[in-house]
Write a protein that binds this ligand. Structure first.
Ligand code: FPP
Length: 237
C-alpha cells in the first residue's frame, strides 16, 4: 500500500456486537466485551499502517433507548475498560479524546473519562476519538449554540472551529461493520466528503484482513471533492 494514500483519519461504526453474542447464545454484553478486544486490535493495526486518527462510535445519543440492563452494562464496561487500559494506551502513544455530550453521564464515568484523557493528552502517535453519548445532530446543534453565544457569523469556517472534532481533519474513510448501510447519526457534518465502506463482518470479527480490504478499497477510489475527474488528474500529474 502506498504510504501517502493511506487514509489519515478512519472513522468506524462498530456494529454487530449483539448479533455476534446471540449467535453464540451469550448475553449481548459479551458481544460488547469482545468488541473492545476488536477495537484494541483495530487501533494497533491502524497505527501499524500509518493511520493517524481513529474515531469510533461507542455509544450514540439514541443508545439510551436500549434495555436498561444493556445501557448500564455498557456504562460499566466503559468505566472498567478506561481504568484497565489507560496504562497501555499511554505506553502505546495513543491520545484518547472523548467526543459527545457530557450531560446524562454518571460522575463515575465522567471521572474515568477525564483521567484517561488527561493521562494520554501528550501522546501523538495515534489520536483515538471515542464518540460516547454522541450524535451528529447533537454536534451541529451544540456548535450552532456556541457560535450564537459568541456572537459569531454562521459560516462553514466558524462551524469547523467549534464542532466536536475540531482538533482533527475530517475522516477520509468511514467504515460500518455488521451489514447495515446507513449513517445512524454518526459524523453528519464531518463525513461530507468521506469515502464509505460497508462490511458484512460483525464488529468483534473485524480483523486486520478486513481493515486491509477497506483501506485497499479506499486507495483505488478517486476523490473529486466536487471537481471533474479530468481536473483531479491534471493536478495529480
Ligand atoms: C453496536 O452493536 C455497538 C454498540 C452500540 C457499542 C459499541 C461499544 C463497544 C465496542 C465498546 C466500546 C468501549 C470502549 C471503551 C471504547 P449492536 O449492539 O448494535 O449490535 P447488533 O446490531 O448486532 O445488535
Amino acid at each position: 500500500m502506498t504510504a501517502q494514500k493511506i487514509p489519515h483519519h478512519i472513522a468506524i461504526v462498530m456494529d454487530g456486537n449483539g448479533r455476534w453474542a446471540s449467535k453464540r447464545f451469550l448475553p449481548r454484553i459479551a458481544g460488547h466485551k469482545q468488541g473492545v478486544e476488536s477495537l484494541k486490535r483495530c487501533a494497533r493495526a491502524c497505527d501499524a499502517r500509518g493511520v493517524r486518527v481513529l474515531t469510533v462510535f461507542a455509544f450514540s445519543s439514541e443508545n439510551w433507548k436500549r434495555p436498561t440492563e444493556e445501557v448500564s452494562g455498557l456504562m460499566d464496561l466503559f468505566a472498567l475498560v478506561l481504568s484497565r487500559e489507560v496504562k497501555q494506551l499511554k505506553a502505546d502513544g495513543v491520545q484518547l479524546r472523548f467526543v459527545g455530550d457530557r450531560e446524562g453521564l454518571s460522575a463515575r464515568v465522567l471521572q474515568h473519562m477525564e483521567e484517561a484523557q488527561a493521562a494520554t493528552a501528550d501522546n501523538t502517535r495515534l489520536i483515538l476519538n471515542v464518540c460516547f453519548n454522541y450524535g451528529g445532530r447533537w454536534d451541529i446543534v451544540q456548535a450552532a449554540r456556541q457560535l450564537a453565544r459568541q456572537g459569531l457569523d454562521i459560516t462553514e469556517e466558524n462551524f469547523n472551529q467549534v464542532m466536536a472534532l475540531a482538533h482533527v481533519r475530517d475522516p477520509d474513510l468511514v467504515i460500518r461493520t455488521g451489514g447495515e448501510q446507513r449513517i445512524s447519526n454518526f459524523l453528519l457534518w464531518q463525513s461530507a466528503y468521506s469515502e464509505f465502506f460497508f462490511s458484512d463482518i460483525l464488529w468483534p470479527d473485524f480483523d486486520e484482513a478486513a481493515l486491509d480490504l477497506a483501506i485497499a478499497s479506499f486507495i483505488q477510489r478517486e476523490r473529486r471533492f466536487g471537481q471533474t475527474s479530468a481536473q483531479v488528474q491534471a493536478v495529480a500529474s
